[in-house]
Design a protein around this ligand. Structure first.
Ligand SMILES: [Zn+2]
Length: 323
């Protein structure tokens, strides 16, 4: 019921792996039908760019191609929203979400994963906003014009925002876009916390205390996020849960409980990362249509209905509202 999932790579899967795939029904984990089965409020759809899959001889050229690819993904999503206009609608502001629900439809929010596509241009950030993008995941797994990604190499993990990255955070604050620190180096995370005047999201990152991975957040980071009104979205990928080959309810529950203990009940949200990974031997929640299993497990673990609603949608919605 009422789920807001802050991160999926379904658009990437539809376009890069399956041509111009369809959102109503597909063989991935997220579709309009599955969102309806869950009774979802909104799904955030990432326009994800895998730099090394882009044409070009230098990172800059690849990011140029990546930017064009993002625009193609936005167009594809817009066409899908038009085709299924009776069931899906793009949300441009948080207030839209409840209005869309009242019309009996599911909300969709556009995001970009890999801020490198800005390629040093703030005008490009404004352009993405005009086209409906409301959240940007600053980093992916490459160093870019904004900063450096999470890494096991300490000197890389300490790298912070570049001067351009600082201006990106400031401009995103002005525009009311959500700054997403998932994938960022710890140094970038702390720079963003220091600089952002708005709540920050780590849309698809878990707890490093339970699964020691640079993609996850330390207790100190969870506390800082909680204190500044931000959210951390529970990621279903096995290695980030601490079970490399499996994605199980047991660990998902443990990560949510740890987030609450460390950063408070206003911290956890959901950021499944559906369609951004595969190859696991076991997935307790294979798709959006089976999210009730997690809600049930969290309930059994002792979460109240109030807390469940926060995890399911209220925390995510709050972060967008306090943009
Ligand atoms: Zn990601």
């Amino acid at each position: 019921m009422n789920l807001i999932d802050l991160h999926c790579d379904t658009l990437w899967k539809l376009m890069d792996l399956g041509g111009e795939g369809d959102l109503l029904e597909n063989d991935g984990s997220v579709s309009i039908r599955k969102l309806e089965e869950e009774g979802a409020l909104a799904q955030f759809f990432a326009c994800f760019v895998y730099r090394d899959a882009m044409e070009g001889n230098t990172p800059e050229e690849q990011y140029e191609a990546g930017y064009r690819h993002v625009l193609d993904m936005i167009d594809h999503m817009s066409r899908q929203a038009e085709r299924y206009s009776g069931r899906l609608e793009l949300a441009k502001k948080p207030e839209d979400i409840e209005i869309i629900q009242k019309k009996g439809k599911t909300g969709a929010v556009l995001t970009v994963e890999e801020g490198g596509v800005l390629n040093g241009s703030l005008a490009r950030l404004d352009e993405l906003y005009r086209r409906g993008v409301r959240l940007i995941t600053l980093l992916w797994n490459y160093e870019n014009c904004i900063g450096a990604p999470g890494s096991r190499v300490p000197s890389n993990m300490e790298k912070g925002l570049t001067p351009f990255g600082i201006r990106v955070v400031e401009r995103m604050n002005e525009l009311g876009m959500i700054v997403d620190v998932s994938h960022a180096a710890d140094g970038v995370f702390w720079d963003v916390i220091k600089r952002s005047r708005r709540p920050v999201a780590a849309t698809h990152s878990n707890c490093r205390a339970l699964a020691d991975h640079p993609r996850n957040l330390t207790d100190e980071m969870l506390r800082a996020l909680g204190e500044q009104g931000g959210v951390a979205g529970l990621n279903f990928y096995g290695p980030f849960l601490g079970t490399p080959e499996e994605s199980r309810l047991e660990e998902m529950t443990a990560h949510v409980l740890h987030m609450i203990e460390t950063g408070g009940e206003d911290l956890p949200a959901i950021g499944t990362d559906f369609d951004g990974f595969d190859g696991l031997k076991r997935m307790d929640i294979p798709d959006t249509g089976h999210m009730d299993r997690l809600r049930e497990a969290l309930k059994k673990a002792g979460l109240s209905e109030r807390q469940l609603d926060k995890v399911w949608y209220k925390n995510a919605l709050r972060v967008w509202k306090e943009r």
